[in-house]
Every structure is written in C-alpha cells, then in structure tokens.
Design a protein around this ligand. Structure first.
Ligand SMILES: [Fe+2]
Length: 367
C-alpha cells in the first residue's frame, strides 16, 4: 500500500513528523554514546551571521553570571533596599529608598549599581525641580540643555507630549552625543504618565558590542563618526530662531564633534557600541589612525547595520512609568527608546543630565 505524503492531511503530516523526530532523536542519541564527550565552543551554538544570543551570554558571564555582584547585593540588603532586576544584564528597580534624603554614601551605592546594571529605576519619588537637581548633583556637575524648554530651574529639561506634540523620542539613542563631552547619565522623572503606553526601553551597549560579528567588531574598532545638533536647528518653528542667533549658537557650541563608534567606559573599562542615529552624520566615518574618510556608501552601510543592533529584544529591558517614577541611565553603557504609543494622551518627563567626559577608545584587552 502506498504511503501518504505529508501534505495530504494534518493527521498524516503529524504521523510523518513524529516518526521523523523519533528517527533523528535515535540517531543523535547513538552518536552521542559513540563520540567522546566534548563541550562545543559557545560560538558554535550561533550562526556566524547572528551572534545576538552570544552577546548576551558573554555580557552575563562578564558580570559573574549574576545580575549584580554579591558584594553589592549585600550592601543593598544591609540598607533594607530591595532590588528587582528587569533584564538579564540591564535594568534594576530599587525599592525602599527615598531619593530626597540620600547622602554621599548612599549616592555612591547607587552609582555602583548604575555601573553594574546600566540603568536603575525608582517609583513614587515625586521630587520637585530643586530636589531633582540636588539628586543629580550627588553624581557630578549638571549640563544645561540649550535646545529645549527649561523648567524654572535652568538645569531641568521638560519633555512634554500630548495632542499637539506627539512623542518623537522613539528611536534608539544615547543622549547629547553632539556635545564634546556628552552627559554621563540622565535622570528623568515622570510628572504625568499616560493612561497606557509611553514606556521607555533600554538596551545594553556592552552586550550590543559583544554580539556583533567578529569581522564587524574589527571593522569599527578604529572608526570615529561626526555628531552634530542639526536636528534641533531644522526643527525650529518660523521666527523662533533668527539667523543671528543660529550663527551665534554655531560659533559658541561646536557644530560637529568626533566620537569613537566603540567607546571605552571611563569607569568600568568596558567597551560599548556608541552611536546616535539622529546626531551622527552617517557618511562621516573616519579611521582615526590614518585620517582616511570611508567611502560615503560604505560609511552609511556600516551605520545602518550598527543602528539595528540596540533594537534586538535580547539586549533590552522595558520600564513602565508611573507618576513620580525615576529612571537614571548611564549614557556611556546604554541606549534608550521612548515608545510613542500614547497619542493623543499627555506624557511629561522632567530630566536633568550629569556631566560626562570626552569619549575615547582604548585598544587593550578588557579586564
Ligand atoms: Fe533620550
């Protein structure tokens, strides 16, 4: 009797599929018994064209195969602060702390957590502007933002969206890369949360680097790109920025600064993928050793490929804002993406940014 083919009916397909699985399993089992046991290299588990899973494994391994170091976990326990980790390698909610009353020692504790987890979160803090500025100053000087609406305190930036201004931060980026010394970190507090949506995603820039193909890591190791703030100048409403002011801004705030595509973190010594799709001139990649400017087509192709890296869900965690929630992210170790899915509802964040240093790349093995 002629045997049926897989396409004839769902039940015939399942009979064949089950028999096939049993045959393959039996062969694998007998091969496993015959062969000497060996542990395949981790790289062999992933196709050469996609090392996403490997990136997250390598990063977690470098973290000691724990979300946070044992020492730091004990220090938080001693303070009665609890930690809830949102992602394997990135993002932790700290509970039991009042950010209005922290001292230098507690700020140092939070800084250590930030360095390990790349972004840290708090709920129900409800700081006023001056309290939020005071919080930021525990971590360094603050940077004022020249292109946005300031709060009453000049170091506060209000990010307000609603019916007449849909959210536009829905792209992967790290803040203010147009600065010669981009901000170390940003501390944002939710003043008004939409009834749903408006989450912010964060992506691990160390894991993103580790998850790149080896050839791509090599290709970008010595490349710099030029960043500028043209996007803020082009968005100006008619009459809001006269030509003389535009000229003055470009004279006083450098327009076009070079940063490495792979950045060595100044505190952890780790390498991070570092770029911003909106501020980076996509045709500007240059080999810093020779000064050779890449062919514009090649430059744009590389940027396009790198820009998709942070969007892979494996590298990310997602934060749901409530009124008074705070996120403190390390701009040197993470990128973020504000989901614009709440229109026409209102979403208001208030941000302060802690001053950073000039990005550099150190071509030595990581610790
Ligand atoms: Fe941002």
């Amino acid at each position: 009797m002629e045997r049926g083919k897989a396409g004839e009916s769902p039940s015939e397909y399942n009979r064949i599929a089950i028999e096939t699985a049993q045959k393959i399993h039996a062969i694998r089992q007998s091969e496993g018994k015959r062969k000497p046991s060996f542990e395949p290299a981790r790289e062999d588990h992933f196709p050469a064209f996609d090392r996403t899973g490997l990136g997250i494994i390598l990063e977690y391994e470098r973290m000691g195969n724990r979300p946070v170091s044992e020492t730091l976990e004990s220090e938080f326990q001693a303070q009665d602060y609890s930690l809830e980790h949102l992602g394997l390698t990135i993002g932790t909610v700290v509970r039991g702390i009042d950010l209005r009353t922290i001292d230098a020692a507690k700020a140092q504790l939070l800084r250590k957590l930030l360095l390990e987890r790349k972004v840290i979160f708090f709920h129900e803090q409800n700081l006023d502007e001056d309290q939020q500025v005071a919080l930021g100053r525990h971590f360094g000087e603050l940077d004022a933002f020249p292109f946005g609406p300031p709060g009453e305190n000049p170091y506060v930036l209000e990010i307000r969206h609603g019916r007449n201004s849909p959210g536009i931060e829905n792209r992967w980026h790290t803040d203010v890369t147009w600065m010669e010394r981009p901000s170390l970190g940003s501390i944002a507090q939710c003043i008004h949360a939409p009834p749903f949506g408006g989450d912010t995603l964060f992506s691990d820039s160390y894991a993103c680097y580790l998850g790149l193909r080896a050839e791509l890591q090599d290709a970008i190791e010595h490349l710099d790109g030029v960043h500028d703030y043209r996007v803020f100048l082009s968005q100006r409403a008619p009459g809001t920025m006269p030509d003389h002011l535009l000229k003055q801004i470009q004279e006083e705030i450098p327009f076009g600064v070079s940063h490495p595509l792979v950045r060595t973190h100044p505190e952890t010594g780790r390498r991070a993928l570092y770029l911003h799709g909106g501020f980076l001139r996509h045709n500007s990649l240059t080999d810093r050793r020779t000064g050779e400017v890449l062919d514009p087509k090649e430059s744009r192709g590389l940027v396009r490929e790198l820009l998709s890296q942070h969007a892979r869900p494996e590298y990310t965690c997602r934060f749901r804002w409530g009124q008074g929630s705070i996120a403190f992210w390390d701009n040197r170790a993470a990128q973020h993406y504000a989901v614009s899915d709440y229109f026409p509802h209102k979403r208001v964040l208030r941000r302060v940014t802690v001053s950073g240093d000039r990005p550099f790349y150190r071509p030595i093995p990581e610790n």
